[in-house]
Design a protein around this ligand. Structure first.
Ligand SMILES: *Cc1c(COP(=O)(O)O)cnc(C)c1O
Length: 366
């Protein structure tokens, strides 16, 4: 029997979350963002579920080539662009669209080719991560329009604060100043801007986290946004202990029982991607009943309070996150965001892909 920890991937939830994007941004085309193995959900599974999207966007060239080999014929956008001239050759061979965020990348596109590609000129509007400065946007646009390997230029930026009230006002005004008069489509909005800022939807939106059913906001839940979790992290109890008042649990004895109680030991720890920083009290469901973790998370196991589930025994199902326990709640307890937990599910965790309720084991991993 395999170790019971399993990530269930719900293709229907992925499809429904893409429909939410379409409802919010009905006149925009959609780049579904599938970087980091589709935020931990599986690249080829995401490709299947997002059959209705206009394009797929990611940062890994190996992933882009796998998408082409798996038959994806629609646009693919490389969000960090080429890391070297070899990547430009790959992009030309596989017809991948490239972000261009600095002059070095533009130089690699200035030779004649048989089939030119589409590029996205990324403009720095205040994140100060990638992008050309506002005052160089016009010159770089002209340079790319004249580059022999370039078929079209789209203008893009990425917001530093789209999840905060008023957080895009300054950045979107800078973007407008930078691109006034330039021809080309526009792409600005990540999930937070799709949900909150219709005026920046423009031509192409770029949803990531909302497709996977987690929230981009600190103060609004995925359920409130009409999103469905696309991943459930499930395991089972592999041990039960009866504690007396004064008994401790786990490394460092950080939890001490203040009364007699039963605890369950779950096959799941930080080597599976469950956050070690999740403190006592982090929500977890046993046999469908909400309870809490107790003590420190270790590499392969964690402990849960069985007080609200007195019938629970070895073998009882445990949901670490999913439909009962939103991943965002676990993340908040651990001082991080749902994005990080979804991406960090470890390779040793078995994945089960569910399509209309039918499960299939899927060995494909990035
Ligand atoms: C990751 C990424 C996105 C998606 O962001 P979410 O917050 O997950 O919606 C959009 N655009 C770019 C450039 C990205 O790198």
């Amino acid at each position: 029997m395999s170790r019971p920890i399993t990530a269930r991937i719900y293709l229907n939830a992925l499809r429904q979350n893409l429909s939410r994007v379409r409802e919010r941004a009905p006149s925009a085309r959609v780049w579904s963002v599938v970087k980091a193995n589709a935020y931990g959900h599986g690249l080829l599974e995401a490709m299947r579920a997002f059959a209705q999207t206009d394009g797929l966007a990611l940062v890994e060239f190996e992933g882009a080539i796998r998408l082409r080999e798996a038959g994806w014929g629609r646009p693919i956008l490389m969000l960090e662009g080429a890391f070297g001239p070899d990547d430009v050759a790959l992009a030309l061979q596989h017809q991948l669209s490239l972000v261009v965020h600095d002059a070095g990348q533009a130089a690699w596109l200035e030779h004649p080719v048989q089939h030119p590609i589409d590029v996205y000129l990324k403009i720095n509007t205040g994140m100060n991560r990638l992008g050309v400065p506002i005052d160089q946007a016009v010159a770089m646009h002209r340079r790319l329009m004249n580059a022999a390997a370039v078929r079209s230029v789209t203008l893009m930026t990425h917001f530093a604060n789209a999840d905060l009230p008023g957080g895009i006002d300054e950045a979107s005004a800078r973007f407008e100043r930078a691109v006034t008069g330039l021809i080309g489509a526009r792409s600005l909005a990540n999930s937070a801007a799709i949900l909150d800022s219709p005026r920046v939807h423009q031509d192409w939106v770029r949803p990531g986290i909302m497709l996977y059913g987690a929230t981009p906001f600190a103060d609004r839940s995925a359920v409130d946004l009409g999103l469905r979790p696309a991943m459930g992290l499930h395991s089972r109890l592999i041990g039960v202990q009866s504690l007396q008042a004064g008994d401790a649990v786990g490394y460092g004895s950080s939890f001490v029982a203040d009364r007699a109680m039963r605890i369950g030991i779950v096959a799941g720890g930080y080597a599976d991607g469950y956050p070690r920083h999740a403190p006592t009290g982090t929500p977890v469901a046993v046999d469908g009943v909400r309870t809490r973790t107790v003590g420190r998370v270790s590499m392969d196991m964690l402990a849960v309070d069985l007080t609200p589930v007195p019938q629970a025994a070895v073998g009882a199902p445990v949901e670490l996150w999913g439909e009962i326990i939103p991943v965002d709640e676990v993340a908040a307890q651990a001082g991080t965001i749902g994005y990080e937990l979804l991406c960090a599910v470890a390779p040793r965790v078995r994945r089960e892909v569910l399509d209309d309720g039918h499960a299939s084991e899927d060995p494909v991993r990035l």
